[in-house]
Design a protein around this ligand. Structure first.
Ligand SMILES: [Zn+2]
Length: 218
């Protein structure tokens, strides 16, 4: 599998295709300790998180996100006012209530940019938060996959979890439930614009060299 099947920098419109591992890599790069993950363990975290999300998707009946929310006793609030542009949804848990908030403005922006039906984005945002809810009830994927060393100095060690694996697993969960052609963080990026995709091309090269490293289990 190739992360990017065609990169043609000579034409104005850059065609890029992203597979699961590459999209997962883009998510992993956002981790606070990304630079501390040994190169040969990158694939371990990516594949582990993707597999976990996919597995969790199969544990629930294949009904709509709204129906799942009903069954799990989750209140859904569609926030049409908030100007929040970067967050699609959030999960609030108290002793009594479980609430998922969906941010309309942010979804609308993606709908326009990628020409995707709003209803589809709402479904994806809801399912993403449902994943986090289900994950709360079990051991999180970042705990399962194990920690990395973040500091090692004169016998003193500090370790941390790779928290961004939870986001990768959530994307895999949504993709599986909705049978999407790609992980939903695909919509966070511009793939066909000459300017915006230059950074993606550079990251794509970095990713390919990382994927060539032999995989090491923790
Ligand atoms: Zn999330």
């Amino acid at each position: 599998m190739h992360a990017i099947s065609s990169i043609n920098t000579n034409v104005e419109t850059t065609q890029m295709e992203a597979d699961d591992r590459f999209l997962a890599y883009l998510e992993l790069r956002k981790d606070t300790f990304f630079h501390k993950i040994p190169s040969q363990k990158i694939r371990y975290y990516i594949d582990g998180a993707l597999a976990y999300g996919k597995r969790l998707a199969a544990t629930q009946d294949f009904v709509s996100a709204t129906e799942l929310c009903n069954r799990l006793d989750v209140t859904v609030i569609k926030d049409t006012e908030s100007e929040m542009r970067t967050v699609r949804g959030s999960l609030e848990l108290t002793k009594k209530d479980q609430t998922i908030r969906i941010y309309h403005q942010s979804l609308l922006q993606i709908a326009r940019h990628h020409n995707v039906p709003l209803a589809q984005l709402e479904e994806a945002a809801l399912l993403h938060e449902i994943f986090h809810l289900l994950e709360e009830q079990t051991q999180s994927v970042s705990e399962r996959l194990g920690q990395i060393n973040t500091l090692q100095f004169l016998g003193f060690k500090r370790r941390a979890m790779v928290r961004q694996t939870r986001e990768i697993a959530a994307h895999a969960f949504v993709k599986e439930r909705m049978q999407l052609p790609y992980l939903p963080n695909y919509w966070d990026y511009s793939w066909n614009e000459g300017n915006g995709s230059e950074e993606l091309i550079a990251i794509g090269r970095e990713f390919q060299s990382r994927m060539e490293e032999p995989v090491v289990e923790l």
